[in-house]
Design a protein around this ligand. Structure first.
Ligand SMILES: C[S@@+](CC[C@H](N)C(=O)[O-])C[C@H]1O[C@@H](n2cnc3c(N)ncnc32)[C@H](O)[C@@H]1O
Length: 356
């Protein structure tokens, strides 16, 4: 049996296969909540839009359930996860592709070496990334390119302490024997981490016999262009937790976009200027929710993730929803701390079920 396939037995005893998304590590990932989200979703739907998709873990769950899935995130490294694992039906990376990815590329550029040596990496790892990134362009298929980018993005979050790029402790800790003993991946070469993950990502590729789609746009701009969505899932950044995804994951975006036109600022070398989210500054969030709900009024069902630590509070969100839909609120209380301000013990995660 393939690694990615878990056997599930139905009430009637037959075995059905369900495919497994490689483990994610992303602030606000709904990996631990996705089953609860699905259980509380309307079942009679055919098409599902995961409108702030991040790791695509929610879209992937609905793909497994046979729905037509559309995922969207305004960051490119997340777009490639969707391309590789939601839209892609059957293209995987083979041994020749992997040889090509690791081969010496004389035309390789040096953006990562020049900008990030001694920030997150030693020079050899930074050079390896420049070379690898230029080889991705040589792959002969867009899904292979996305798979390689998604797999390397995950290798990077495994290598860098805490799995994000908003701190400068990664290099120091990767040389500290006590830290390395606790988490050996922070000292391992990216090549090894990538090779270890390739089978998991390859095995996660499957065809659910629907033409699934992926976009990389601002959700409020995208929704008016989409037709025939039965259910939209909103999981926007939560203001009050860690809403600025570009501050935490800027390096993944730089690796994927390989910017030619940005400045790299502050100690962590974030790119500047950033893309506009609409959910990062306190003064813009209520207006963004109003716009989001207004452009989505024609979609019969909405599910919205939110939590008790965020601004604006639950009552305001319910008020804004009520201008378009009826709403029921489900609650889930975190029993453990899972990383990130929004998933501490005692914090409540809400799911707004909105219907006509
Ligand atoms: C809470 S995370 C989603 C997590 C996701 N549900 C998961 O389980 O991995 C919010 C996502 O919204 C994206 N985002 C922020 N502003 C956006 C916008 N205006 N349009 C589309 N995506 C946006 C961020 O890049 C981030 O990945």
């Amino acid at each position: 049996m393939l690694l990615s396939q878990q056997a599930q037995t139905t009430l009637f005893g037959e075995t059905i296969k369900s495919h497994k998304l490689p483990k994610t590590q992303y602030l606000g990932s709904k990996e631990r909540l996705v089953r609860w989200i699905f259980e509380n979703a309307p079942k009679e739907i055919e098409s599902f839009l995961d409108a702030f998709s991040g790791t695509s873990v929610v879209g992937y769950y609905f793909k497994n359930k046979g729905k037509k899935v559309i995922v969207n995130d305004f960051l490119k490294f997340n777009f490639h996860i969707g391309k590789a694992l939601i839209e892609n039906k059957d293209i995987t990376l083979n041994d020749n592709d992997i040889d090509l990815l690791f081969s010496q590329n004389k035309k390789s550029d040096s953006l990562i070496e020049d900008t990030f040596t001694d920030v997150f990496f030693e020079r050899d790892q930074a050079r390896f990334l420049d070379n690898f990134r230029s080889n991705i362009n040589l792959l002969d298929n867009e899904y292979k390119k996305s798979l390689a980018l998604a797999t390397m993005s995950r290798s990077l979050t495994r290598k860098i302490l805490l799995g994000h790029f908003a701190h400068l402790s990664a290099l120091r800790y990767s040389k500290d024997p006590l830290r390395v003993k606790r988490n050996p991946t922070i000292a391992r070469p990216l090549k090894d981490l990538f090779l270890e993950l390739v089978p998991e990502y390859n095995n996660a590729v499957f065809d659910n016999e629907k033409d699934n789609e992926v976009y990389c746009e601002d959700t409020i701009q995208l929704i008016p262009k989409l037709k025939n969505i039965d259910l939209v899932y909103f999981d926007p950044p939560y203001y009050g937790c860690h809403p600025d995804y570009q501050a935490f994951y800027h390096f993944l975006e730089t690796f994927v976009e390989y910017w030619k036109d940005k400045e790299f600022i502050n100690g962590t070398k974030q790119y500047f200027p950033k893309k506009e989210s609409g959910f990062v500054r306190k003064e813009e969030t209520i207006d963004s929710f109003k716009k989001l709900f207004s452009v989505s009024a024609h979609i019969p069902f909405w599910l919205i993730s939110y939590n008790s630590e965020s601004y604006p509070g639950k009552e305001t969100i319910v008020d804004l929803i009520s201008q378009h839909k009826k709403v029921k609120v489900f609650e889930h209380e975190y029993q453990n701390h899972y990383g990130g301000k929004g998933s501490k013990k005692g914090t409540k995660e809400y799911l707004f079920y909105c219907y006509e």
